[in-house]
Design a protein around this ligand. Structure first.
Ligand SMILES: *Cc1c(COP(=O)(O)O)cnc(C)c1O
Length: 236
């Protein structure tokens, strides 16, 4: 179902309010938390509705969809790639996205390095970590993440800016608190190693079901789709 522009605006205000509340609760500054509006499968009009109340950062999962929306909106907004990225598609988004959240192999990073060099850009990336060790999920294990950060940070056209995770789907957000905390601890641990090209200032965690808990545990980006734009319809 598509929501009206008014509903999207109202939803976004509520998300911002909940982020602010989680910040108050945990003694954080709301300015340190960015709401990434996840607009995958949603039309450009929905993005415009969010833009009308100052939303600037949008998350997308599919390369083709980024290309299409980029044709219309260009650099008026920040595009973030949050979905699994195939190596042969890096070339289509390298000059369009602000941050790739979903670097899940060193081989993908090598491809990003290659395309970034070719386009003369410096790419900011996050390493996706499968923090809860789910069999179905992409991402580095917590054990593999430090070495991956070292290797990828050494690539001249890539800056590792932090970690990203998708926590397990759950009815009770509290059960994900431990995973968010573990991701933050891992990020601090990697940051302390001082690897060149690695600056762990970004933690991308928390979705519609659990973003307030993620903020309490240190998220600097929450990726919220359904709570802003409504349920997605993948049939279209
Ligand atoms: C779709 C998606 C989101 C947003 O999920 P909601 O539950 O709709 O908020 C966040 N992160 C990733 C990686 C996604 O694929």
């Amino acid at each position: 179902m598509e929501l009206s522009a008014e509903t999207i605006e109202q939803n976004l205000r509520e998300v911002r309010e909940k982020v602010a509340e989680a910040c108050r609760k945990s003694g954080r500054n709301p300015e340190d938390v960015k709401v990434l509006a996840v607009s995958k499968t949603k039309p450009v009009e929905d993005i415009r509705a969010a833009m009308s109340i100052g939303q600037h950062a949008f998350g997308e999962n599919y390369v083709q969809e980024i290309q299409k929306k980029y044709e219309v909106l260009g650099d008026q907004v920040e595009w973030h790639m949050i979905g699994h990225l195939q190596r042969n598609k890096v070339k289509y988004i390298i000059d369009k996205v602000k941050l790739i959240h979903s670097v899940d192999t060193v081989e993908l990073a090598e491809q990003i390095e290659k395309e970034a060099a070719k386009h003369g850009v410096n790419m900011d990336v996050l390493l996706e970590v499968n923090i809860a060790r789910e069999e179905t999920k992409w991402g580095f294990t917590a054990e593999a993440a430090p070495e991956a950060a070292k290797v990828i940070g050494a690539m001249p056209h890539i800056q590792v800016r932090g970690l990203m995770t998708s926590a397990p789907i759950t009815e009770d957000a509290e059960t994900n608190r431990v995973h968010f905390r573990n991701l933050r601890l891992l990020s601090e641990q990697i940051g302390a190693m001082g690897y060149p090209g690695v600056r762990m200032d970004t933690l991308s965690m928390g979705m519609t079901a659990d973003y307030p808990v993620a903020v309490e545990e240190g998220a600097t980006i929450v990726r919220v789709g359904t709570a802003i734009f409504g349920e997605r319809n993948y049939q279209k």
